[in-house]
Design a protein around this ligand. Structure first.
Ligand SMILES: Cc1cc2nc3c(=O)[nH]c(=O)nc-3n(C[C@H](O)[C@H](O)[C@H](O)COP(=O)(O)OP(=O)(O)OC[C@H]3O[C@@H](n4cnc5c(N)ncnc54)[C@H](O)[C@@H]3O)c2cc1C
Ligand SMILES: *[C@@H]1O[C@H](CO)[C@@H](O)[C@H](O)[C@H]1NC(C)=O
Ligand SMILES: *[C@@H]1O[C@H](CO)[C@@H](O)[C@H](O)[C@H]1NC(C)=O
Ligand SMILES: *[C@@H]1O[C@H](CO)[C@@H](O)[C@H](O)[C@H]1NC(C)=O
Ligand SMILES: *[C@@H]1O[C@H](CO)[C@@H](O)[C@H](O)[C@H]1NC(C)=O
Ligand SMILES: *[C@@H]1O[C@H](CO)[C@@H](O)[C@H](O)[C@H]1NC(C)=O
Ligand SMILES: *[C@@H]1O[C@H](CO)[C@@H](O)[C@H](O)[C@H]1NC(C)=O
Ligand SMILES: *[C@@H]1O[C@H](CO)[C@@H](O)[C@H](O)[C@H]1NC(C)=O
Ligand SMILES: *[C@@H]1O[C@H](CO)[C@@H](O)[C@H](O)[C@H]1NC(C)=O
Ligand SMILES: *[C@@H]1O[C@H](CO)[C@@H](O)[C@H](O)[C@H]1NC(C)=O
Ligand SMILES: *[C@@H]1O[C@H](CO)[C@@H](O)[C@H](O)[C@H]1NC(C)=O
Ligand SMILES: *[C@@H]1O[C@H](CO)[C@@H](O)[C@H](O)[C@H]1NC(C)=O
Length: 558
């Protein structure tokens, strides 16, 4: 009996990608793509023009975003590679012309799926769900490939790639389907492949402001949106999940649905914080647009020592509540910050930031406090310059820091010590993000986002780096370091949580850390809309667990 069963299974296991997908490919008119890792040309002929182009654009996120066989990060963990076995097809990110990779390794498909479908319509997704359901083929969903913990790749899966859904449209009187015509919004509708730079540019052309991510190529409707999605404007204008008005999605039961507060309201709630890759494939989202804003921008930076960095972080901790209550949102590092404020006048901004400018000027640093006419003007002037190339934020740790701890001197001292512990590591980069919806009046119960977001002053995050060819032992060392640097932050705020999109790969008790009390309802909705479990991703709602065969490319860590 047993051997007959096994025999029956063996042929299936040996069917190559091409024949396994042949019938689907035929149904799709040959639109199923065969994956080529982005660095393959260098392994084939390192003297070719194609290789030179890859080398020159290795850390260019626009180039990477346009190719299915590329993820955003080109340093460890390179989600293009099978992280656990090192099989992959990468270059040395510090020097893409270094011949070591292609002279010592084979080009392999790594964690990437071998076949992908550039989604064009809801029918494409319905076809893929039906195919997966009847053949047992695994599915993955990729938008930009920015995900830090590998949720947009899955070895041996059929990948649904939303990148080409680029439509963007404006409507000054948008009414969610099923709603009353007299309750309308100024809104922008985005195809699921739209990326923030294009959305900001479009919004500016229509003289409105939208709330989105800090990297020009992060996607607007995928993991960013469904995972919470913060902006430097979030302190006053809310999270991405607070501002989405409608989502069109094919759920894994095969139904194309419109989710908003009037229709599929339970699904809409789940999509507003439950995370990407879980409840279906989003085709488009419609987000609220706000009138054009005049912004005060404060940018300070200085050349630091360990001591001046520590004192700067102390000043930021001591002024943090005051600044956020005044409407500032932004990103702070150990010797710089960039913050924006839509509430203050220029004079008020100068006064509000005086402590920081005095400190910085005393160290001969640079201080700019200026007024700009729009968010797009700010983004164009500051963000590309501030933005590190893709690839410098590999293994992350994070925590949401509640406002309540700032009235407790002992807790503030612990927080400073937690940052100070990171400064000595040349490869660890602490970041304080004042991006929580502190002043935003949200509707209670409208989203499934971790409730700790509403109580937090900051999201704190840091990144540790490892080399392109790190050994297993070196990887484990980085994991241990990240875990041990995160622990004091967890201890300071044990009842808070973590931002699921910028998190340690092995965050303990992730269900509680990412969703808190919302988890049980999210899990019930996962079962309702994905009854056959066609979608699964690492540390997502309903996750099957590290022992599931899907996750063989994640190294063990405990
Ligand atoms: C340089 C950089 C800057 C960042 N800045 C910010 C920031 O300012 N604010 C912030 O909040 N976050 C930020 N992030 C984190 C970002 O929100 C996450 O990386 C997010 O997962 C990216 O979503 P994506 O859709 O672009 O990426 P992907 O990696 O393509 O997808 C992420 C997840 O969403 C799923 N998904 C994607 N598209 C769909 C879809 N159409 N339907 C269903 N599921 C889908 C994928 O399966 C995967 O699980 C930043 C990340 C990077 C790398
Ligand atoms: C699908 O068919 C096209 C056209 O024949 C072919 O070029 C492509 O490689 C096929 N895709 C896969 C995954 O085999
Ligand atoms: C990045 O890549 C895109 C697309 O390939 C290209 O148009 C752009 O010029 C590149 N940017 C830089 C800075 O080279
Ligand atoms: C999946 O298969 C089950 C039967 O095994 C069927 O009831 C269901 O409708 C299928 N779902 C899809 C999306 O095809
Ligand atoms: C995108 O917009 C064009 C032009 O308005 C329209 O024809 C097309 O159907 C849209 N595509 C999607 C996927 O919505
Ligand atoms: C805007 O939305 C309204 C209400 O849903 C609709 O009647 C109108 O046609 C839309 N306008 C545009 C330009 O799409
Ligand atoms: C843009 O919007 C702002 C704020 O609503 C308004 O004051 C300004 O007149 C608008 N500009 C144009 C060109 O419409
Ligand atoms: C840091 O020091 C370098 C070299 O002295 C100088 O060029 C740079 O302007 C300084 N940066 C800041 C922010 O003070
Ligand atoms: C900020 O500066 C003012 C005076 O300039 C001082 O009174 C105050 O204590 C400072 N606050 C902090 C938190 O550093
Ligand atoms: C700042 O620059 C001045 C003038 O060059 C110099 O005298 C002073 O020592 C510098 N201060 C610091 C903290 O570097
Ligand atoms: C939130 O609501 C309070 C009380 O209604 C109001 O004073 C405040 O201005 C509102 N905040 C924002 C950012 O709209
Ligand atoms: C990693 O590659 C570099 C060259 O890029 C080489 O010098 C180093 O020895 C390699 N390390 C390991 C562990 O293979």
């Amino acid at each position: 009996m047993i051997s007959a069963l096994l025999l029956a299974l063996i042929p299936l296991k040996h069917v190559g990608a091409a024949s396994k997908f042949a019938s689907l490919n035929a149904t799709l008119g040959g639109r199923l793509g065969e994956t080529r890792p982005i660095s393959e040309p260098c392994y084939e002929d390192s003297a070719s023009d194609a290789c030179t182009y890859v080398q020159e654009n290795y850390v260019n996120s626009t180039f990477r975003g346009d190719v299915y066989g590329a993820m955003m990060y080109c340093v460890e963990p390179v989600w293009e590679t099978c992280f656990a076995t090192d099989q992959g097809c990468v270059l040395n990110y510090k020097d893409p012309t270094d011949p070591t990779p292609w002279t010592t390794q084979k080009c392999e498909i790594g964690s990437l799926s071998s076949a992908y479908l550039a989604v064009e319509s809801p029918e494409d997704v319905q076809l893929a769900f039906a195919f997966a359901n009847s053949t047992g083929t695994l599915l993955s969903i990729k938008n930009t490939g920015h995900d830090f913990i590998g949720r947009s790749v899955l070895k041996n899966s059929l990948a649904l790639w939303t990148h080409n859904l680029k439509n963007i449209s404006y409507n000054a009187t948008f009414v969610p389907e099923g709603g009353q015509a007299d309750v309308s919004y100024t809104a922008i509708t985005l195809g699921a492949g739209a990326q923030w730079y294009d959305v900001y540019k479009f919004a500016d052309e229509h003289n409105v402001t939208v709330v989105g991510g800090y990297h020009p190529t992060v996607g607007a409707s995928g993991g960013w949106l469904m995972g919470a999605g913060y902006s430097v404007l979030t302190p006053t204008l809310g999270l991405g999940v607070d501002r989405v008005l409608q989502i069109k999605i094919v759920t894994p039961d095969g139904v194309y649905r419109t989710a908003n507060e009037y229709q599929n309201a339970d699904l809409f709630w789940a999509l507003r914080g439950g995370g990407g890759g879980t409840f279906g494939v989003v085709l488009e989202s419609t987000i609220l647009a706000t009138p054009q804003l005049t912004l005060q921008v404060a940018s300070v930076s200085f050349n630091s020592t360990e001591e001046t960095a520590r004192n700067f972080l102390k000043l930021v901790i001591d002024n943090g509540v005051k600044w956020s209550e005044a409407g500032w949102g932004g990103h702070t590092y150990q010797n710089s910050f960039i913050s924006v404020n839509p509430l203050l006048t220029h004079q008020e901004a100068l006064e509000s930031m005086k402590n920081a400018s005095d400190y910085t000027l005393a160290l001969n640093g640079s201080v700019v406090i200026e007024e700009l006419p729009s968010f797009f003007a700010f983004f164009e002037k500051y963000v590309p310059a501030a933005e590190a190339v893709v690839g410098v934020h590999p293994v992350l740790g994070t925590r949401l820091i509640p406002t309540s701890i700032f009235s407790n001197e002992a807790a503030k001292a612990q927080l400073l010590d937690a940052f100070a512990a990171m400064i000595p590591f040349a490869t660890v980069d602490p970041q304080i993000n004042a991006v929580t919806p502190l002043l935003y009046n949200h509707t209670e119960g409208a989203t499934s986002v971790l409730p700790a977001w509403r109580e937090a002053l900051w999201q704190v995050v840091f990144a540790a780096e490892v080399s392109w060819n790190a050994t297993e032992a070196e990887k484990q060392e980085v994991f241990s370091l990240v875990d041990s640097l995160t622990q004091p932050l967890r201890d300071i705020a044990p009842d808070s949580g973590a931002y699921m999109n910028e998190v340690f790969i092995y965050e303990p008790d992730f269900e509680t850390a990412f969703w808190g009390a919302n988890y049980p309802r999210l899990l019930a909705l996962k079962h309702k809309y994905d009854p056959n479990g066609l979608l699964d991703c690492w540390h997502c709602v309903g996750w099957q667990g590290a022992q599931d065969g899907r996750y063989s490319c994640y190294p063990d860590f405990s």
